[in-house]
Write a protein that binds this ligand. Structure first.
Ligand code: CP
Length: 320
């Protein structure tokens, strides 16, 4: 751990541009320490005993929701899950009124996923407890970017100086945005590639990345490639001729995998459409770390819950 100043995180985690390189390193080092808890026979520490964490998922999720729940439980926190379909939001109650009613139960932290960009910031300004962004619209997915940074660091030793390609639907991807921020803060060279219809304007100026309309220049010699899912739910109209055509031009197959550096690795935030973003052979290859990312997601979310919801100055309570 660098020092206490590095551990002093903002009240809410909204995106990675809130954090310095030292703070990101501190989160990753804390996650490494918590990773070991998940490898024990008794996968539980008392770090957040007596704390209540609300898991508010207004949009579908498998990995993020489950790993926040597992993370909270492994830290001995109580959890309370709410989704829009099973709650009184389906009867017209507003998000803010719902949040105020949740607050009346005295929780200690709120994890939120929402289809509207800016919702975690909106709640963070109004609620006295830490708000953790679990993905908001096409804006940000900071915990995904942190678990990606942890996965890269474990395999490569560091992020600084690496060539990282991000391929796919950049314009609609909150994963791409948070990863571009996090990777640049940590000193990686980032190249993005996708169909022109899926590349947002001013990417080079705003994020300091190189932009390509074909995957090959981005993949050439890359140490890491992050393949993205096509965000059909956020696209207005069809942005490419079809899945087969997309796979032919942009999909990661064995031939394109051969363009990476010899020890280049493959990441994907999931869910993966095998046969579209990548072939089943690439998905299952030893260079694919997609399930390591899921494992690291639990450790990163344990670290963030500890740092934001727990008492930062307290020992980590790693003993059972
Ligand atoms: N990576 C990710 O956010 O996956 P989920 O949508 O399943 O949470």
């Amino acid at each position: 751990m660098e020092n206490n100043q590095a551990l002093s995180l903002p009240k809410d985690l909204l995106d990675l541009d809130q954090l310095s390189r030292a703070q990101i390193k501190a989160v990753l080092e804390t996650a490494e320490a918590f990773k070991e808890v998940s490898e024990r026979e008794i996968k539980k520490v008392p770090t957040l005993r007596g704390k209540l964490v609300v898991l508010f998922f207004h949009e579908n999720s498998t990995r993020t929701r489950l790993s926040f729940e597992v993370a909270a439980k492994r830290l001995s926190a109580d959890t309370m899950a709410i989704s829009s379909s099973g709650s009184s939001m389906s009867k017209g109650e507003t998000l803010l009124d719902t949040a105020k009613n949740i607050m009346a139960m005295n929780p200690d932290g709120l994890v939120i996923r929402h289809g509207a960009s800016g919702t975690p910031a909106f709640l963070g300004e109004r609620l006295p407890i830490p708000v953790l962004n679990a993905g908001d619209g096409s804006h940000a997915h900071p915990t995904q970017a942190l678990l990606d940074l942890l996965t890269i660091t474990q395999r490569k030793g560091q992020v600084e100086g690496l060539n990282v390609a991000i391929i796919g639907d950049i314009a609609h991807s909150r994963v791409a945005r948070s990863n571009m921020l996090g990777l640049r803060i940590m000193g990686a060279n980032v190249r993005v590639a996708g169909p022109p219809s899926m590349l947002a304007a001013r990417l080079a100026e705003e994020y300091g990345v190189s932009v390509h309309t074909r995957p090959e220049p981005a993949l050439e010699g890359a140490d890491v490639v992050i393949m993205l899912r096509i965000q059909l739910e956020r696209q207005r109209g069809s942005l490419f001729p079809g899945a087969r055509e997309y796979a032919r031009v942009y999909g990661l197959n064995e031939e394109r995998l051969g363009l990476l550096a010899p020890d280049g690795i493959v990441l994907h935030p999931g869910p993966v459409n095998q046969g579209v973003e990548m072939t089943p052979e690439v998905y299952s290859s030893p260079r694919s770390l997609i399930l390591d990312q899921v494992t690291n997601g639990v450790a990163v979310r344990m670290a963030l819950l500890y740092l934001l919801v727990g008492k930062k100055d307290d020992p980590m309570g790693l003993a059972v």
